[in-house]
Design a binder for this molecule. Structure first.
Ligand SMILES: [Zn+2]
Length: 256
């Protein structure tokens, strides 16, 4: 059993071979893929993919890069999408002060409004955080995100932040970067409680070793699990089973 807790199979990089990509994921043993929305269109596509492929479950949300597109009408449409079948989370949402593609105030506002929607709908959240660690934690705390929980996706903070997130009821997700370099991330993956760790690909980006330089895809989550298992000194099967169970619990999935 394996779950890729964060993918973007709706992106155009998969237009030529989406069916084959999902088939390879199934063959690799994945029982679920959470496809995260990045704007309204991609959220709608995510919901469509969930309807078409049994393995796919959707998250809907507006990424901080696109925060300026979250008008009040857009937030309403998002709430409508969130009510559709197989939508299991609000995301990805958060702050990105590394690329700053939307003004920071606009990012903060979009983040807070989507957190309020998640709390109102009682759905977990998928958090994107780049170079905004303290503010992300502060806003999660202020908006009562503890009530719904969620995941700090593609975690890039330090151990102290990971533990603060866990204390707030959040899980921590690791992807390709723990397979190449990333000593700090590896150390965190070794030390935090295993029952709060999720694995992900964030495909088509962040391709793990040994496929660096190629497009990433959900099947490659096996390489993330393999590295996590070795970091923790446990078997591959146990790492796969525990992380899949963690994701299933967070997103309310019933999987065999
Ligand atoms: Zn993503």
């Amino acid at each position: 059993m394996l779950i890729d807790s964060h993918a973007h199979v709706d992106f155009s990089q998969f237009d030529g071979d989406r069916d084959e990509t999902i088939r390879r994921a199934n063959e690799a043993g994945l029982s679920a893929i959470i496809n995260a929305g990045t704007d309204l269109d991609s959220s709608a596509r995510s919901v469509e993919l969930a309807a078409r492929y049994p393995t796919i479950h959707a998250a809907v949300g507006v990424h901080p890069h696109d925060a300026r597109t979250l008008s009040s009408g857009a937030l309403e449409r998002l709430a409508g999408l969130a009510a559709r079948e197989k939508v299991v989370a609000i995301g990805e949402i958060g702050l990105d002060f590394y690329r700053d593609l939307s003004p920071r105030d606009v990012q903060r506002d979009a983040f807070r409004r989507q957190l309020r929607l998640a709390v109102e709908l009682d759905m977990p959240v998928i958090i994107h955080d780049r170079d905004a660690h303290d503010e992300v934690l502060g806003i999660l705390r202020e908006e009562g995100a503890r009530r719904v929980g969620g995941v700090l996706h593609c975690f890039s903070g330090d151990l102290e932040m990971a533990l603060a997130g866990i204390e707030m009821g959040f899980s921590i997700a690791f992807g390709g970067p723990i397979t190449y370099g990333g000593k700090k991330k590896q150390e965190i993956a070794r030390r935090i409680p295993l029952d709060r760790i999720l694995v992900e690909t964030d495909c088509p980006f962040l391709t793990p070793v040994p496929h660096r330089g190629k497009r990433n895809e959900p099947a490659y989550v096996v390489h993330v699990v393999d590295r996590l298992a070795r970091l923790r000194g446990i078997g591959f099967e146990e790492a796969a089973l525990v992380t899949a169970g963690n994701a299933a619990r967070l997103f309310g999935l019933t999987i065999e």
